[in-house]
Design a protein around this ligand. Structure first.
Ligand code: PLP
Length: 437
């Protein structure tokens, strides 16, 4: 029996994990699971990597904490210098925090402070419908997941939402698949004009949509068209790479797939591969210059954490040394093909999509009409459990939970996943899905 004093989501008895190795988790009974969820699409370098643990321990034993506003450290500067050339921003300046929501909160303050410093009182950010950017108030404001937002609506202010590229259910079917990127850009511009052009501070979006709508890759004309609209209206582009960063989609950052050069970037999850809660808010040099001149005041007790920097640096070196970003591209293609093969004869599969080791399966009640299953069926929960019984852990999502999308299974295994493990993940997930559908 578990402790009743842990306030956890879901309730009920949950599997107790004892340890992990590579792409495998082992529970207290010794049962092994393939971690096709990578935790929560977090673990890149794999579970149980002693090299990362030793780097964190060595730093903690030298000094575990210094106040980030008052002191710097060699390890923090080495980390920033190692990471900067890999980031898709001009002359990046890196602000380390404790996770994705904190990174997004920081980015929101940075974009508003940037405009204020230039004499412009821009008070609105634009996100996309169906998106997820975190659970704190600012991050939830810009998120577009109706179900998560509903109870807190009176507190969620300062954000508007526009369309999101979702090829399986394109908002512009008449132009799909050619030219819908431009239509999304037009929708964004209409939103900017409706709000009032001088009021929009930033457009916040994932380059490849992860948790919200499940590994949605936009058409190639999307980001160039959207960026052009933002630049024309003085709106900063914030690329939320909390889920897609650090090799998850087969490039260091998903922005690279589209030649996107954001003004601000957020990261989390894969940054320290789960060995430390490390998020990043990154701004370009020109944005930083304005903020620095204005004296931007911000900070959390655990910002710029030295153990976080040591952990992030160790993870970065492993990703580089072991070619794990390239591995993500390669194994992602293998997983995508294997899923298609194993799911070919399973009913109720709407779509299999993704890039690199960020893949999603959308489940529907009717493949012809693409109608989702009613939420009350709790399908995604039942499928997740059935997959786990088959020895495969998947990451469930109901997306918007408002009937505009089907149930989603996200697959984001550690980037070290082997060929055999990829095949077992696809086969086990297919068996689990088939059992329920
Ligand atoms: N942004 C994106 C794109 C995410 O996927 C998430 C988490 O799933 C967040 C932000 C929030 O990150 P965290 O849960 O670390 O606060």
């Amino acid at each position: 029996m578990g402790s009743r004093h842990v306030f956890s989501r879901g309730g009920g008895d949950r599997v107790r994990i004892d340890h992990g190795e590579g792409a495998v988790l082992v529970d207290v009974e010794g049962r092994r699971y393939l971690d096709a969820a990578g935790g929560a699409v977090v673990v890149g370098v794999g579970h149980g990597v002693d090299e990362v643990v030793q780097a964190a321990a060595a730093q903690a034993s030298r000094v575990a904490y210094v106040h980030g506003s008052a002191f710097s450290s060699e390890v923090l500067e080495e980390y920033a210098d190692a990471l900067a050339p890999l980031l898709p921003l001009e002359d990046p300046r890196i602000y380390p925090v404790s996770g994705g929501s904190e990174a997004v909160e920081s980015a929101l303050k940075m974009v508003r402070a940037y405009h204020l410093a230039r004499g412009e009182d821009r008070d609105v950010v634009i996100g996309r419908r169906g998106s997820y950017h975190g659970n704190s108030r600012g991050a939830l404001s810009v998120s577009g997941r109706a179900g998560l937002r509903a109870p807190y609506l009176p507190w969620l202010t300062g954000a508007e939402h526009t369309t999101t590229p979702y090829e399986y259910r394109c908002a512009f079917p008449d132009t799909h698949p050619h030219g819908c990127g431009v239509r999304h850009a037009e929708a964004l511009e209409e939103t900017i004009e409706r709000v009032g052009p001088g009021r929009v501070a930033a457009f916040v979006a994932e380059p490849v949509a992860g948790a919200g709508l499940g590994a949605c890759v936009p058409p190639d004309d999307y980001w160039p068209a959207v960026t052009e609209v933002c630049r024309r209206h003085g709106v900063l582009v914030v690329a939320d790479e909390v889920m897609t960063g650090f090799g998850r989609t087969g490039r260091w950052f998903a922005s690279e797939h589209f030649g996107l050069r954001p003004d601000v970037l957020t990261a989390g999850k894969g940054t320290a591969s789960g060995y430390w809660p490390l998020g990043l808010a990154v701004v370009s040099g020109p944005v930083h210059e304005v903020l620095a001149r204005a004296g931007f005041v911000h900070g959390f007790t655990y910002s710029h954490h030295v153990v976080g920097a040591a952990t992030g640096l160790a993870v970065l070196r492993i990703l580089q040394r072991d070619g794990l970003v390239e591995a993500s591209a390669r194994q992602g293609a293998r997983l995508h093909d294997a899923l298609h093969r194993h799911l070919a004869r399973v009913p109720g599969i709407g779509d299999v999509r993704g890039r690199g080791l960020l893949q999603a399966v959308e489940l529907v009640a009717d493949e012809g009409t693409r109608a989702p299953h009613p939420r009350a069926q709790r399908l995604v929960e039942r499928v997740t459990e059935a997959c786990r019984e088959q020895g495969v852990i998947v990451y469930p999502s109901t997306g918007c939970a408002d009937g505009t999308n089907g149930d989603l299974l996200l697959l984001g295994p550690p980037l070290v996943v082997s060929d055999d493990e990829v095949d077992q993940i696809a086969a086990g997930a297919a068996r689990g899905i088939h059992q329920v559908l």
